[in-house]
Design a protein around this ligand. Structure first.
Ligand code: OGA
Ligand code: MN
Length: 223
């Protein structure tokens, strides 16, 4: 008879680490990793199901800045967002994949990633997000950005590219089509980026890994 110890840890999901290895080696050499078709399809599918279950009242206009500095700024960004809580099985699967990536990165790069937050973003035709960085040096504690795409058969003529700039002086950038299965990971403070307007409704999920900003036993709030 095979008796398993009661406290034996059984992960709910097991993910292929090969894509995590590729992300880590790109982060080491470039600080950014573009993985075309790299998101496991069952994770993308879970996100698509989750997103499909949302109605317009789950979304709100995205703002810029945090807390008291928060303001709607439709000239800067025109997307509608909905934070992912992980209450549904599909949302939990997404968060588990992000957690597995976080654990892998911490194990290999000692980045000390602590928490993760992510939201669905919907860009209606013509909407965009102007050039920005996700974190400013010395402020906040977002260190690694992750964006993934949910759009079936996206064509170059549909627009909506993510343009990632190598630094503040770069005006050319690298263009990423927001195709289903593609994801991008980059150092939040280092890479300015923008979302160009599209002719189709554009769905993405944007997330941020943060380091722990707790001081004097005041636990850093996750948001
Ligand atoms: C963001 C962002 C990029 C995208 O939400 O900060 O840059 O391609 N999103 O949706
Ligand atoms: Mn951004």
């Amino acid at each position: 008879m095979n008796i398993e110890p009661l406290n034996r840890y059984k992960p709910l999901y097991v993910f292929d680490e090969e894509v995590f290895e590729n992300v880590v080696s790109d982060l080491v050499s470039d600080g950014v990793s573009i993985q075309k078709g790299g998101m496991p399809s069952f994770v993308t599918q879970a996100l698509i199901e989750c997103q499909g279950a949302l109605s317009s009242n789950h979304y709100s206009h995205a703002g810029i800045g945090r807390a008291d500095k928060f303001q709607h700024a439709s000239k800067i960004r025109g997307d509608e967002i909905c934070w992912i809580t992980g209450e549904s099985e599909q949302g939990a699967l997404w968060l588990a994949w992000c957690e597995a990536l976080k654990t892998y990165i911490n194990k290999t790069l000692f980045m000390g990633l602590f928490s993760f937050e992510s939201h669905f973003a919907c860009y209606s035709p013509g909407k965009y997000y102007k050039r920005h960085v996700d974190a400013f040096r010395g402020q906040g504690n977002r260190v690694l950005s992750l964006v993934t795409y949910l759009n079936e058969s996206w064509q170059p003529q549909d627009g909506g590219e993510l343009i990632l700039y190598a630094n503040d002086n770069d005006i050319n950038g690298i263009s990423v089509l927001p195709e289903k299965g593609t994801f991008v990971v980059f150092l939040s403070e280092k890479f300015p980026h923008e979302v160009l307007p599209s002719t189709r409704e554009r769905h993405s999920v944007a997330g941020w890994f943060r380091v722990n900003g707790s001081v004097n036993d005041n636990i850093d709030p996750p948001k």
